[in-house]
Design a binder for this molecule. Structure first.
Ligand code: IPE
Ligand code: MG
Length: 230
């Protein structure tokens, strides 16, 4: 979800307003994808590198997470909850940089939405693809050190089991808005054979039509996974 700041700047608004509009786009895309029966959606909300931003911007974004999570709680209490299951991926250990009250709210949200299986929405918070692979490597190294695993027996599957996305299929399509042509540390292992779709649209402007366009383009792609054309 990129381009919130530029969206706000173009309107002469503070960057925070762009992040708020970005939350609306997130809801819009979740609704649309759930209608279309997309089984897994993963959003990059906050990276391990985003902490480099000004303290004002970081705390405004954290405050938005809080608001969004409390709104989710309210919906739950009033039986107006959304249809999708929510999962959070990233380094969300206690004692890390994400405030403890947010960690508690997001664990609660995961638990309360866990019975909904139709569409799984994963939200990456304090997420970095390299850090995710490093974490999986450390876990395997610990098993090797304990003599429970031989280095030559380590498989791709073992690494995948140590990723935050363990148990989920690899992404078929990665959408990057806002004109940047890079992955920016997103799902590095998982994206090995993902189709990439780039657009100049700033995330807050992203609509159902853009999702349709991305899916239409995706449907025309020939996926060979290293094989040759049949
Ligand atoms: C994405 O929008 C939101 C986050 C990374 C939290 P940006 O804030 O990166 O917006 P631009 O790229 O400055 O326009
Ligand atoms: Mg950006």
């Amino acid at each position: 979800m990129d381009g919130n700041g530029r969206w706000a700047k173009r309107r002469g608004l503070p960057r925070t307003e762009g992040h708020k509009a970005g939350v609306d786009a997130f809801e819009r895309v979740c609704e649309c994808a759930a209608d279309l029966g997309v089984p897994y959606l993963t959003f990059y909300a906050f990276s391990t590198e985003n902490w480099r931003r000004s303290p004002e911007e970081v705390s405004a974004i954290m405050e938005l997470f809080r608001r969004q999570l409390r709104e989710g709680e309210r919906r739950q209490a009033e039986n107006e909850e959304k249809r999708w299951r929510i999962r959070y991926i990233g380094d969300l250990e206690e004692g890390g940089p994400v405030p403890d009250d947010i960690l508690a709210l997001l664990r609660d949200m995961e638990e309360k939405s866990s019975f909904r299986e139709e569409t799984v929405v994963s939200i990456a918070v304090n997420y970095g693809g390299q850090q995710e692979i490093l974490r999986a490597a450390r876990r395997l190294a610990a098993l090797v050190q304990k003599g429970q695993l031989a280095p030559e027996d380590i498989s791709e599957r073992d690494i995948e089991d140590g990723l935050y996305t363990a148990g989920q299929p690899m992404p078929d399509l990665i959408i990057r808005p806002s004109g940047e042509l890079r992955l920016s540390n997103f799902l590095l292992w998982q994206s090995a054979y993902a189709e990439l779709w780039f657009s100049d649209i700033l995330w807050p402007d992203f609509t159902e039509r853009d999702l349709d366009r991305a899916l239409e383009d995706f449907a025309l792609r020939q996926r060979r996974f290293g094989d040759i054309e049949a």
